[in-house]
Design a protein around this ligand. Structure first.
Ligand code: 13P
Ligand code: SF4
Length: 302
């Protein structure tokens, strides 16, 4: 079967939209109506008039789309596609922290489960984390940033202000080694080093640009440079090469591949759209609390 063709037909027939993250496989990126980073995909989920959202990404992303659109059908082609960082914080552990620190505001990275979001004051993504953290600190609040230690430490370094940080991370970004990156820089002296803020601080400190997947893509489009060492998941390089076919993109390490993001195939997308299976449901009470924290993010990132 020509899955791509059938997906296009079904999309029209069912008034469905396909949202895909930049870490998805090339063939999924090619059939998506919109590609984006976590923030853009959340905003698109709010803006769309489609009745069905097929979310090609990982579980927390589809769950976020459902929380923001309770009346729409949100489908995740592969239910077991999770996020290793989201698994590094449990609602019980966060509850314990909150009991011990009742005056601390909880700023939670979007890579988290709905139950963790429900215990948070505000959500953020790699695009708006610095703005949101600074908003709370400027108001004199004590904060916990969770679960990504690296983005938290980066925000502390830039702002020169201390706050509590959870010790989670994205293993894919976290295990990139500064020495290997320095060696790559030596080998490619004209290349700019660009990194996702989930990388360790010692890599972010030597980067020419730090940003979300979408911001990294935009940077490579607008930059006068012709060569880039890319410190994020390899899927984004496909989008970069498409946008700037004459530029050279060097993946910082072959280990930069998110297994969960790579699970989705065209056949999975076709099956879930054809049969309307793999629907995401979120407990109503949890969703209502998580939505308050997500809406706060959307309001603060305007
Ligand atoms: P972005 O929001 O930058 O797309 O990041 C999502 C993610 O999971 C990074 O590992
Ligand atoms: Fe989660 Fe890391 Fe995969 Fe992003 S790359 S979805 S943070 S495991």
């Amino acid at each position: 079967m020509d899955y791509a063709k059938e997906i296009l037909r079904l999309k029209k027939e069912k008034n469905a939209i396909i949202l895909a993250h930049f870490y998805q496989e090339k063939e999924i990126q090619d059939i998506a109506d919109f590609l984006g980073d976590s923030l853009r995909l959340s905003q698109l989920a709010v803006e769309t008039d489609a009745k069905i959202i097929v979310f090609c990404g990982v579980h927390f992303m589809a769950e976020t789309a459902k929380i923001l659109n309770p009346e729409k059908k949100v489908l995740l082609p592969v239910m077991k596609a999770g996020c290793k960082m989201a698994d590094m914080i449990s609602p019980n552990a966060l509850k314990r922290y909150k009991d011990e620190h009742p005056d601390t505001k909880i700023i939670t990275y979007v890579n988290s489960t709905a139950s963790v979001k429900a215990l948070s004051d505000c959500i953020c993504t790699s695009t708006n984390a610095l703005k949101i953290i600074n908003h709370y600190l400027d108001n004199g609040e004590k904060i916990l940033y969770c679960p990504d230690q690296n983005l938290g430490k980066y925000a502390m370094k830039l702002g020169g202000r201390e706050f509590d940080v959870w010790d989670g991370c994205c293993p894919i970004h976290h295990f990139l080694k500064r020495d290997n990156i320095l060696a790559l820089k030596k080998k490619h002296p004209n290349a700019l080093l660009i990194a996702h803020p989930e990388c360790r601080l010692d890599i972010l400190e030597i980067s020419d640009y730090v940003g979300s997947t979408k911001q990294l893509l935009e940077f490579t489009k607008d930059s006068e440079a012709n060569e880039f060492i890319v410190c994020t998941e390899k899927g984004v390089i496909y989008a970069m090469e498409k946008a700037s076919p004459n530029k050279k993109f060097i993946l910082a390490s072959n280990t930069l591949s998110c297994v969960n993001m790579k699970l989705t195939t065209l056949e999975d997308v076709y099956n879930c759209l054809a049969n309307e299976t793999n629907e995401i449901f979120v407990d109503e009470e949890v969703a209502a609390k998580a939505k308050v924290a997500l809406d706060k993010m959307l309001e603060l990132s305007k």
